[in-house]
Design a protein around this ligand. Structure first.
Ligand code: FAD
Length: 463
């Protein structure tokens, strides 16, 4: 097939969306020698003074790092990130307990979204046009005029509300689902104290409170970005500065002096809470012409810290298939759908599972117990038992294989105990830290059950 640039010309790839995944994809295609056109509706963030976007910082882990490595950017980005070796759990009484993410030396990195995006866009030409969802792919200039763009391949990296994906929706046999979770999120800043981080910097701080949760990731300027996750109806109940302080006093008392009373009263009302959506679809391609990647293909809730990492891995997987099929789009695109859909769907499901685990179970003794058991077994049998979190965060084990292996590990460890519930008489020895009833035995049996079958038990565990 002749390229729009003529028979002897390089093939043209139009990447729609200059966010994290679009910008990285442009690097991958440029590295292969394609003529890349990048379309972005927002102003060029390299010139923008205030960059409004979603979360201010993100956790970068192995999959994302591998993708950056492919385009020679890993070292630079890692040098600008802050390692987080463990979660730091803040209990209501102010006690802090670390839970390592993996083995010694394994960590995730807190990176600045805007900076990462700028670095990925360095040297790229951004065509400041917006994709319009019309009968065909038409781009709109800021002066209102339209342009039909010709390209050999259109790559939709235009995020969770993708205009490209809307075109897919018009077609037969395209599967699509989206789910908004009842929680919203709000970002608050914790400033430095006397020029130093207000809390230990090399941790992802978590305040799990069952229905609510707050997390904080460190930034290079010694601030922390705190993200408060809470059902929208709870956000809406708080209408005055004093109510904000009352709420924090009840649930996050140790954070009040660190964020500051005045800042809390002010910043809570600065922006409304933002929604979180999970999107699944399939296939990811139309013929040999168009493909979806990143959030456009699979927006996931942010509780596994994998949205960007999965989107970055999309770029490597596509590149690997390009290699395998000699850059023949008519073979590459269907293969990409075949390979990638099960993995992206698996991480979407896992992120939903962690939505509950992070705010509720992280708080409990059985969660800690399970982490210890997982780590101990991994230490004793490093090739046989690998904690799910390790597979997802520190390896490139395919997501759906990680889930299958997790279930297999649970099944083969011991007889299935998922139906064991903790009867009141055994669990009545005292409250667990998360408010559920249960004594040592209750927490032990529940831990064991959870350890052996974390998914199966989630709805059945002792109340
Ligand atoms: P986006 O970042 O949404 O970029 C899409 C781009 O397309 C934007 O620049 C947009 O302006 C542009 N665009 C949109 N429509 C058009 C159009 N019609 N024409 C042209 N351009 C268009 N992931 C992690 O891996 N780790 C984390 O710790 C993490 N934390 C998160 C915390 C929160 C609160 C949230 C909400 C998400 C988090 N994520 C995290 C997920 C991560 O933010 C996304 O997965 C990632 O931004 C996806 O990148 P993307 O390029 O696909 O989409």
């Amino acid at each position: 097939e002749e390229s729009p640039g003529g028979p002897s010309q390089k093939k043209v790839v139009a990447v729609v969306g200059g966010g994290l995944v679009g910008a990285l994809n442009a690097c991958f295609f440029a590295k292969r020698g394609f003529d890349v056109e990048l379309f972005e509706t927002r102003e060029d963030i390299r010139q923008a003074k205030i960059v409004r976007g979603r979360s201010i910082n993100l956790a970068l882990s192995h999959r994302g790092r591998q993708a950056l490595k492919h385009v020679g950017m890993e070292e630079k980005i890692v040098s600008q990130g802050i390692p987080m070796h463990a979660r730091m759990i803040h209990s209501l009484n102010g006690k802090q307990s670390p839970i390592p993410y993996g083995k010694k030396g394994q960590y995730i990195l807190s990176v600045d979204r805007a900076n990462l995006n700028k670095e990925l866009l360095t040297g790229k030409n951004i065509n400041g046009m917006k994709l319009m969802c019309r009968v065909n792919f038409v781009f709109l200039r800021s002066d209102g005029s339209e342009e039909q763009v010709e390209a050999d391949l259109i790559v939709g990296c235009d995020g969770a509300f993708s205009a490209i994906r809307k075109q897919f929706l018009r077609r037969s046999r395209f599967n699509y689902s989206q789910t908004y979770i009842p929680h919203g999120y709000m970002e608050l800043t914790m400033p430095p104290i006397n020029g130093e981080f207000a809390m230990k910097p090399n941790y992802l701080h978590i305040w799990p409170r069952n229905t609510f949760m707050m997390i904080a990731l460190p930034n290079l300027d010694k601030t922390f970005t705190c993200t408060l996750f809470m059902p929208f109806e709870e956000f809406e109940k708080i209408t005055t500065g004093d109510e904000v302080i009352e709420f924090f006093q009840k649930y996050f008392p140790d954070a009040i002096p660190l964020i500051g009373v005045d800042a809390l009263k002010r910043d809570y009302f600065r922006l409304p809470a933002q929604a979180m959506v999970s999107v699944k679809c399939s296939p990811y391609h139309i013929g040999s012409k168009c493909v979806l990647m990143g959030d456009a293909a699979h927006a996931v809730v942010p509780f596994y810290g994998q949205g960007m990492n999965a989107g970055f891995e999309d770029c490597i997987v596509f590149d690997e298939i390009m290699e395998q099929f000699n850059e023949d789009f008519s073979a590459v695109l269907p293969e990409y759908t075949r390979v990638r859909v099960p993995d992206d769907h698996a991480i979407a499901d896992l992120a939903m599972y962690n939505y509950i685990e992070m705010r509720a179970h992280v708080n409990s003794k059985w969660f800690l117990f399970r982490k210890h058991i997982d780590n101990l077994l991994h230490f004793l049998m490093p090739k046989t038992i690998i904690p799910l979190y390790t597979m997802v965060t520190f390896t490139r084990t395919r997501y759906h294989e990680a889930v299958a292996r997790w279930h297999w590990q649970d099944r083969s460890l011991a007889p299935k105990l998922s139906d064991v519930t903790c009867a009141d008489d055994v669990c009545a020895n005292g409250p667990l830290s998360d408010g559920r009833r249960g004594g040592w035995w209750g927490s032990f049996t529940a831990s064991l059950v959870n350890c052996l079958n974390p998914v199966g038990v989630s709805g059945k565990r002792a109340k």
